[in-house]
Design a protein around this ligand. Structure first.
Ligand SMILES: Cc1cc2nc3c(=O)[nH]c(=O)nc-3n(C[C@H](O)[C@H](O)[C@H](O)COP(=O)(O)OP(=O)(O)OC[C@H]3O[C@@H](n4cnc5c(N)ncnc54)[C@H](O)[C@@H]3O)c2cc1C
Ligand code: FES
Length: 271
């Protein structure tokens, strides 16, 4: 039987600084590594350990994977110290990803906070691959300050001729910022959507996911139409260690994307 922990070597072919603590790493895996948008991959940094990360790139490309990663601890610090030409290890992809089939013929609201826009960028690319299958795509993204916005050079391009629209907000503006100031929930009012036929996808820090979900429920979204990326503590990534439990589920197997309906009654889902 194949060793599930065997790594696929991947060279860092480009690094882009998104913010003071977030970088996008473009990797070229030795063996092509296909994934479905929303699935995650265990990235191993020699001498530092490994961690789960969701590719932020287009799932139609298997020979190049982007990861947008915030420096928060040992593994991510190790990765942030790496340079072009260095090599990391990959295993996966794991988990279920976004149920794109269920999104067809619907209006889609995407709500992101901070580095949570990373998996959502992959989803946005996947939706744009077949944009005619979806009625409308609204993208709402919040960051702490203008300097904390990721993908600055491409977010404006995600507004496309009436079919998709992007709104940004920051918790705290600066002299040059003339957009909305306030938490991401403040740009969810007055949604021009037909909620009978809509789904929402949320990814960001736990506190943001919690308040965005409650806001979406207030607005009339049904529990089963809100999809959450549960970036729980993970270790093995393959359903063996139990670190990633969300109630009766293993987030690494049944998730990391869950409809709110499926997990809403379990305690501590926002921790
Ligand atoms: C399915 C999945 C997909 C993920 N995708 C991404 C991704 O695309 N980009 C990305 O940057 N991260 C992502 N993460 C989170 C990432 O796995 C962790 O940030 C990383 O493993 C932390 O490892 P570390 O050794 O650097 O930090 P640790 O030393 O393990 O943690 C250091 C401290 O940071 C805190 N911390 C951990 N994660 C976060 C976080 N996300 N935000 C704020 N504080 C945190 C911990 O609670 C701890 O206090 C994902 C997690 C999961 C489960
Ligand atoms: S990470 Fe080990 S069971 Fe899910």
């Amino acid at each position: 039987m194949d060793n599930p922990y065997r790594l696929n070597a991947a060279e860092i072919i480009d690094i882009k600084e998104e913010t003071s603590n977030i970088k996008t790493f473009v990797l070229k895996p030795k063996k092509d590594m296909g994934f479905r948008t929303g699935q995650f991959i265990e990235v191993s940094i020699p001498g530092f350990g490994e961690g789960p990360f969701t590719p932020s790139s287009n799932h139609n490309e298997a020979s190049r994977l982007d990861f947008t990663i915030m420096n928060v601890g040992k593994v991510t610090r190790g990765l942030h110290e790496m340079r072009k030409g260095d090599v990391v290890g990959l295993r996966g992809p794991y988990g279920m990803g976004y149920p794109l089939k269920d999104f067809e013929n619907k209006e889609i609201l995407i709500v992101g906070g901070g580095v949570g826009l990373a998996p959502l960028r992959s989803l946005i690319y996947a939706l744009f691959n077949d944009v005619k299958k979806y009625k409308k795509i609204l993208i709402k993204y919040g960051a702490k300050t203008p300097g904390d916005i990721i993908y600055k050079d491409e977010v404006d391009g995600w507004s496309k001729d009436g079919r998709s629209e992007v709104t940004l907000t920051v918790d705290k503006g600066d002299d040059k910022w003339n957009g909305n100031v306030g938490l991401v929930t403040t740009i969810l009012d007055n949604l021009n959507m037909d909620l009978k036929d809509a789904v929402s996808v949320v990814c960001g820090p736990p506190i943001m996911m919690k308040f965005a979900t409650f806001k979406l429920l207030d607005l009339g979204f049904k529990h089963e139409d809100i999809y959450l990326s549960m970036e729980k503590n993970m270790s093995c990534g393959i359903g063996k260690c139990g670190h990633c439990r969300v109630g009766n589920f293993y987030a690494c197997k049944e998730g990391p994307v869950f409809p709110y309906e499926k997990i809403k009654d379990y305690p501590n889902i926002w921790d």
